[in-house]
Write a protein that binds this ligand. Structure first.
Ligand SMILES: [Zn+2]
Length: 244
């Protein structure tokens, strides 16, 4: 049983988690019965202690767009984007995955949170940079203060790509993230994300990668590569109103 969930006992006002198949499918767009998805959200919100109606998730489209969450965003109006940033309290942000990497960001100095969805497209277009820049321009976050947690995602062991994509990666200077075995190419998305995060000034000791391959661990996680039409697990982060 391989699971990864952030451990942040030092931040009593922060909620962070990655779900697994045990929490069920959380996505409405994968032909699951919407009532079941709704129930999974309901149960998760009770387990984690947030108001389901305040949860903001996204219509994820493999872009590098970052949406600033305001009080207008609700469970019923998911923005089309692949990252969310906010400093609102009691407003959980959710990113959904089935092989892609889900990232949670937290700046404890300015009390800012963010999430991002990064598959190949998000990694190639450096969504990580856009998130950190948005945290800075909107709230003054400094990269060296930001903590990052990265979910289970498809590993270089299983993420075979075709020659076209291998060429594209090469043209982007990403050869370091490519593994060639005989005539096949394998891509290491986490290696790209790691390099991008460090390049933005995030310190290595504040980076936490799950290093669990979803395709190797379909008991615990949804894997689009292995399962095709399947559910989505999620990353959730929320700032609680501090009780002082
Ligand atoms: Zn694997």
């Amino acid at each position: 049983m391989q699971l990864f969930s952030p451990d942040n006992k030092e931040f009593s006002n922060l909620l962070t988690t990655f779900t697994s198949k045990a929490d069920g499918n959380l996505a409405f767009h994968v032909k699951d019965n919407p009532l079941d998805v709704e129930r999974n959200h309901e149960q998760l919100s009770k387990r984690l202690g947030y108001e389901k109606e305040k949860l903001v998730y996204m219509q994820q489209v493999h872009s590098n767009d970052v949406h600033l969450v305001t009080a207008h965003d609700t469970f019923h109006t998911p923005p089309t984007s692949d990252a969310l940033v906010t400093n609102l309290k009691n407003t959980p942000l959710m990113v959904m995955m089935a092989d892609c990497s889900g990232l949670l960001f937290y700046d404890p100095v300015h009390e800012v949170i963010a999430i991002a969805h990064a598959g190949r497209a998000g990694a190639f277009s450096n969504i990580v940079k856009n998130v950190i820049e948005k945290m800075h321009t909107e709230f003054g976050s400094k990269p060296e203060d930001i903590l990052v947690w990265v979910s289970a995602s498809i590993g270089v062991c299983c993420y075979e790509v075709g020659e076209e994509i291998a060429k594209e990666a090469s043209s982007l200077g990403l050869d370091y993230a490519m593994d060639k075995k005989e005539d096949s190419y394998y891509l290491d998305i986490n290696a790209i994300l790691l390099k991008q995060l460090l390049a933005q000034g995030i310190s290595e000791q504040k980076l936490h990668f799950a290093t669990i391959c979803t395709a190797c661990n379909t008991q615990e996680y949804y894997s689009y590569r292995v399962e095709g039409l399947t559910g989505r697990f999620a990353g959730v982060i929320m700032l609680r109103e501090s009780r002082t």
